[in-house]
Design a protein around this ligand. Structure first.
Ligand code: NAD
Length: 489
């Protein structure tokens, strides 16, 4: 078994905290052991980060010099796709095809922010006063915190680290307890790409200890968090106390809507992918399905066929659709929601059980599950399950549909299936969600802003503003004449 060091202010060393393990969700075996970061490690990481971002060599680095590091990061990742994908599969159990996609997306993110950093321009606003020029430009924040969940480590971590570094900050990354491997590997890659020591630290450990202390540290100037809504709310309080900016990417309970003129095959495939890929462990999982009653039966028939045909299997076996869930505890939670649905009067149309296959007995598998017979007000329609569970409902009236689709504390994403683009766009305008997919689902572009409405989050990642979010703007007034301040005349 591998024993890993953590990365503290440019130094690989044994963490000062408790022993922790990365386990393979397919069989519970230990991938690696490591010691969590303790408060002394945190102090070192922040102090070295503070020194590193203030160092004139970095502070005055030109955009293309920072971009070069990120481009090298992308090249290293692309040269190691298979090993990185396997590492992430071992850490969180996602099938290889998905983790390959996440690795490639991380490389794309590094490239995108390399380019964005080179293209970022300040502004020269036309002043509304005579004999003055004004200019406004962007500066880094300083030491910033990135706190990430376990479901898509390399992608969600790169989505924070790449723009933060491109912007000139020092980053302290706190990965989820369950998935420390990829974050540490990312640190090695940045180190190999030539990132100066101290600008990135990776501090695995418990959220309530090391994550909380990181967020509260007086020298940390931003908290960028992806994870559950209750943790996000807590961190928003911490950020408010410190008066620092925060970006929160939180939970969801996204509706997918099939209108009566939809292409049924296209819709069924998109819905199946939208809820069951990653075993439903996706913030944007399309977990509530609303189907016009005139096409409910054909859509459900096809969706059930597709779902029953999904290959449940070992995540390292090519062609597997459904790998194990992250942990036995999480699988039990998902199972308890299915029981709750039954108790609320729902009918389980497929799945709803742990697979009987003895080869899967040691892992945390759960069958892809479709339930009908519930109202949108049911608890399983209102709470995020974060597993392979879809609740299907029929609708007749569009206004009623909009009200029900929006009847959620969440507002992360939504899907619409219709051949009438104008109608789909009108519906998109009425839905309360940060991302709407029309005739597709769960596809992403790094250049397109992402974030939630309502309790699904605050702020946006990705896109040019995803870079500016890691910076602060400074405006400078320059007198071009000599009669500006007349007060003393
Ligand atoms: P979580 O909130 O339990 O943990 C996320 C991270 O926060 C972990 O690193 C954890 O250690 C840390 N943390 C926990 N308590 C903390 C505290 N008090 N102070 C500081 N840090 C703390 O979430 P999770 O179970 O790891 O992830 C699943 C959740 O993430 C789901 O709700 C999912 O919807 C959400 N998510 C959202 C997005 C998005 O982009 N909107 C993406 C992926 C996951």
């Amino acid at each position: 078994m591998e024993s890993l060091d953590i990365f503290v202010g440019g130094e690989w060393r044994r963490g000062g905290g408790n022993l922790m393990h990365s386990r393979f969700p397919a069989d519970g075996s230990v991938n690696a052991e490591l010691y969590a970061a303790d408060l002394a490690d945190l102090e070192t990481a922040v102090e070295r980060g503070e020194a590193a971002w203030r160092d004139p060599a970095w502070r005055n680095s030109l955009p293309h010099q920072r971009a070069r590091i990120l481009s090298r990061v992308a090249e290293i990742i692309e040269s190691r796709v298979d090993t990185l994908a396997e590492l992430q599969t071992r850490d969180n159990g996602k099938p290889l095809a998905e983790t390959r996609g996440l690795v490639m997306s991380a490389a794309g993110t590094a490239r995108y922010f390399a380019a964005a950093c080179e293209l970022l321009e300040g502004e020269l606003p036309t002043p509304r006063i005579p004999e003055v020029m004004t200019l406004s430009h962007y500066e880094p924040l300083g030491v910033v915190a990135a706190i990430t969940p376990w479901n898509s480590p390399i992608a969600s971590e790169m989505q924070k680290v790449a723009p933060a570094i491109a912007a000139g900050n020092a980053v302290v990354l706190k990965p989820a307890e369950a998935t420390p491997l990829m974050a540490l590997e990312l640190a090695r890659i940045f180190e190999q790409a030539g990132l100066p020591a101290g600008l990135l630290s990776v501090l695995p450990g418990k959220g309530s200890i090391i994550g909380d202390a990181l967020a509260r540290h007086p020298k940390v100037r931003k908290i960028s968090f992806t994870g559950g809504t209750s943790t996000g709310r807590h961190l928003a309080h911490v950020a408010a106390e410190k008066l620092i900016s925060t970006s929160l990417e939180l939970g969801g309970k996204s509706p997918t809507i099939v209108l009566e003129d939809a292409d049924i095959e296209q819709a069924a495939r998109g819905i199946c992918y939208g809820i069951f890929s990653s075993g439903g462990q996706a913030c944007i999982a399309g977990a509530r399905l609303f189907v016009h009653s005139s096409v409910y039966q054909p859509l459900m028939t096809r969706l059930l066929e597709l779902t029953r045909g999904l290959r449940i299997g070992h995540p390292l076996t090519p062609g597997t659709h459904i790998g194990p869930l992250i942990s036995p505890q999480h699988r039990d939670k998902v199972m308890s929601y299915v029981q709750m649905a039954r108790d609320e009067g729902g009918e389980v149309l497929c799945g709803g059980e742990i697979p009987a296959d003895p080869q899967l007995a040691a892992g945390n598998w759960f069958q892809p599950t479709i339930i009908e017979g519930l109202e949108n007000t049911a608890q399983v329609c209102q709470e995020e399950i974060f597993g392979p569970v879809l609740v299907a409902m029929a609708f007749d009236d569009e206004q009623q549909l909009i009200a029900e689709a929006n009847d959620s504390v969440y507002g992360l994403a939504a899907g619409i299936w219709s051949r009438d683009t104008g109608r789909a766009l009108r519906l998109a305008q009425a839905l309360e969600a940060g991302t709407i997919w029309i005739n597709t689902y769960k596809v992403f572009s790094i250049s397109t802003p992402f974030g939630g409405f309502k309790e699904s989050g605050l702020g946006r990642e990705k896109g040019i503003q995803g870079l500016k979010a890691w910076m602060q703007q400074k405006s400078i007034y320059l007198a071009t004449g000599n009669g500006v301040n007349h007060w003393c005349d």
